[in-house]
Design a protein around this ligand. Sequence first.
Ligand code: HEC
Ligand code: HEC
Length: 212
Amino acid sequence: MIRTTAMAVLLAAALNANATEQAAAPKADPAKGKEIAETICIACHGVDGNSPDPANPNIAGLGADYIYKQLSNFKAPEDGPALRDSPIMGGMVAGLSSEDMKNLAAHYSRQKQTPAAAGDETLIAEGRKLWRQGDFARGIPACAGCHGPAGAGLPAQYPRLAGQFKEYTEDQLKKFRLGERANDPEKMMRMIADKMSDRQIKAIAEYAAGLR
Ligand code: HEC
Ligand code: HEC
């Protein structure tokens, strides 16, 4: 258990060093991002990133670098499929420039999350244990090692999971497990999700939804 956490922290440190090198980008303009949010994103994510429907993830307060990376990953290059496959988001970003994406990331990262209430106590307790300690027998590291003790994430690479809709978290973990989502650096999330049971995925999604 201690070993898996240490491994996660080491990995985290290595990737953060990497992210710092890439971070020297021009200044983004959140006001311009807000204009695009009001015309395109509003229907599914709200202007403030709190989505009206659990089918669409909350994006308020996600790190700017993470949002920018995801938007870029949704956009298919001319010679092949998008790194992160989503028919819906693929359509949304098709007409956006890299500058638009930076502006949108600046806007949404500045928003405050208004999370929904969490549910099932038994699942929450199971999820909490897995979050903090991982599962040594299955070789699952503690989520806290990369996503933070309270799920706030670590800019620039480890997304916030706190307060996310459980439906979305569950869906993404299953997509990582199937390899349908494959934009995680060093296959980090695919290797972890591959070891998780359906029950563990449900429990962690329930727990993360209630984190603040
Ligand atoms: C028609 C609904 C819809 C619209 C409009 C829409 N989105 Fe999305 N968005 C989604 C769905 C659904 C997903 C989850 C995709 C998946 O399953 O991987 C998503 C995922 C995302 C993610 C990834 C979140 C994460 O935690 O990884 C970001 C960032 C995002 N959208 C930003 C935007 C922005 C910015 C706009 C406006 C330019 C926008 N979306 C417009 C439905 C929408
Ligand atoms: C070694 C570091 C590491 C550990 C440990 C880790 N993650 Fe992740 N996780 C990541 C990275 C990096 C990403 C972002 C991938 C990308 O760039 O799209 C991510 C993304 C995610 C996402 C997608 C979030 C979104 O907004 O779409 C979910 C859900 C997730 N992790 C759940 C978990 C759970 C549950 C655990 C514990 C069982 C865990 N992670 C442990 C590194 C880690």
